[in-house]
Design a protein around this ligand. Structure first.
Ligand code: BES
Ligand code: MN
Ligand code: MN
Length: 474
């Protein structure tokens, strides 16, 4: 069999080990990432469509320079997908690397200390070696780019120890709407044994972790209509249903006094984590006090009977993300609004299905609305939850890679965030995803002053080549 041995694929020789490669290329590795960060590839806002396309072209350029084959920018109904591959031997295992080059909008701009699209390195308490401040630094340009640079290390060592395919999309932050048909249409091209993703986080720089779960998502927009027009709140106030008051009451009733969600059937089928599983989770270092301090709150709160790490990973949630209506301008305008709105997200766990939850929410919300108002519910993009197991050989390879570069084993941790395409990868491509994230919760992704540790960027580049090495050996 043509399976390459470690002797002839050279990575074992490490004549240029990842660490010394990074040491001798530090400035260039940062400069190349900075160039990508300067492109405001905001997928949600059509005003930035050209920048999104420019970013795809820049990634295509990197892939070609690295010697990847069949590099192509696939146009979609939305933003392009960039693909490139390195097939060393069809009999070797194949890893599909997924990431996204699109970013969240940068607003509110006034809360950024520096320009979101002009990266700068600044030291922080958590990042004494400096962090790169820019939109997308951590989510996900910095983390996605680590994979291209790790591939550069493999090349410098001869060739990749297994087949590698790269698929970098531009619509993750808007729900990967066009990626689903793309993967269905290109199943053969994307065929792989495992998917490798760096788009999550780890516990701390000295406590590495590998993400073993993602929550799913159901997202709805509600519109509550009362009177047929805005009314004078003196002439009509007290005698008509105010949709904003009613919406607030309805939303208030969605949690009971124990913090549990009251939507009929919401918890049906929710997978219960065993006591052993919970005990294992409790072993991961976590300080409620540090958590409170980091976001300036007096105490945590949530579903009774669960800890903060449990509430943010193995339990489902319901949150208002925005609520508006009536007069929200300067000063006071006395008005009873005709309409009230809210955007509501529900994070889901294994056993819950986004379409089913959206339906249950819709039924429940209509049922609790008083006769004085009418309710319209518009579902947005959603996604299934995902879990993987530490017994997976690819997980074991990742675990070994962390042990090699961090010197300590990585802890398996289920995350509260969502990457909806991961469950679809499993359904369509039949492959599991390994989530090797190097960000920290405090990196302010989606927020003003997003940043990514220089340590984390380099550590990712250093660790990824070992994943391939161990995975190809197994
Ligand atoms: N990379 C994040 C998801 C993430 C971050 C997972 C940190 C775990 C740890 C991703 O870009 C994201 O923001 N996902 C969205 C969902 C999407 C449908 C907009 C989310 O989780 O809100
Ligand atoms: Mn992301
Ligand atoms: Mn994101």
């Amino acid at each position: 069999m043509a399976r390459l041995t470690l002797e002839n694929n050279q990575i074992s020789d490490l004549y240029m080990d990842p660490k010394s490669f990074i040491e001798s290329n530090k400035d260039r590795l940062l400069k190349e990432l900075f160039e990508l960060l300067r492109i405001p590839s905001i997928s949600a806002d059509p005003a930035y469509n050209e920048d999104v396309a420019k970013c795809a072209t820049a990634i295509q350029g990197h892939m070609s320079t690295l010697g990847l084959e069949n590099v192509e920018v696939f146009q979609t109904r939305g933003h392009p997908i960039v693909y490139g591959e390195c097939i060393v031997d069809p009999s070797l295992p194949t890893v599909l690397v997924y990431g996204h080059y699109d970013v969240q909008p940068a607003d509110p701009h006034e809360l950024w200390d520096t320009d979101p699209f002009e990266p700068v390195i600044k030291k922080t308490e958590i990042h004494p070696e400096g962090a790169i401040f820019a939109r997308g630094a951590c989510d996900d340009k910095g983390q996605m780019f680590m994979h291209l640079k790790a591939f550069e290390i493999l090349k410098a060592n001869g060739d990749a120890p297994c087949n590698i395919k790269f698929m970098i999309e531009g619509e993750e932050e808007v729900g990967s709407i066009n990626l689903e048909p793309f993967i269905k249409e290109h199943k053969e091209k994307l065929a792989c044994d495992v998917i490798l993703i760096s788009d999550t986080g780890m516990i701390a720089n000295d406590v590495p972790s590998i993400t073993t779960g993602l929550r799913g998502l159901s997202y709805v927009e509600v519109e509550v209509t009362g009177p047929n027009r805005d009314l004078h709140s003196g002439l009509y106030g007290g005698a008509v249903a105010n949709p904003l008051n009613i919406l607030a009451q309805m939303i208030g009733s969605l949690h009971d006094k124990n913090g549990a969600i009251t939507v009929e059937g919401f918890y049906d089928g929710v997978e219960i984590v065993s006591d052993e599983g919970r005990a294992l989770m409790a072993k991961a270092p976590f300080s409620q006090e540090a958590f409170n301090d980091s976001i300036a709150i007096p105490s945590g709160q949530g579903e009774k009977g669960y800890t903060t790490p449990e509430r943010t990973s193995i339990r489902p949630t319901l949150d208002v993300n925005g609520m508006w209506g009536g007069y929200i301008g300067e000063g006071a305008k006395t008005v009873i609004p005709s309409k009230a709105y809210a955007k509501i997200s529900m994070r889901l766990v294994p056993g819950q299905d986004p379409d089913d939850i959206t339906e249950k929410f819709t039924q429940h919300f209509k049922a609790i609305a008083p006769n004085s108002v009418s309710v319209k519910i518009t579902p947005h993009h959603g996604g299934l939850p995902y879990v993987t197991h530490t017994s997976d050989p690819a997980y074991q390879s990742a675990s070994k890679a962390y042990k090699t570069t961090f010197g300590v084993p990585a802890l398996p941790v289920r995350s509260g965030g969502s990457i909806p395409i991961v469950a679809l990868f499993e359904q369509v491509l039949g492959a599991k995803s390994i989530l090797m994230g190097f960000g920290l919760d405090s990196d302010a992704i989606h927020s003003p002053n997003e940043h990514y540790g220089v340590f984390n960027y380099f550590k990712g580049i250093e660790t990824i080549p070992y994943f391939y090495k161990y995975y190809a050996q197994k």
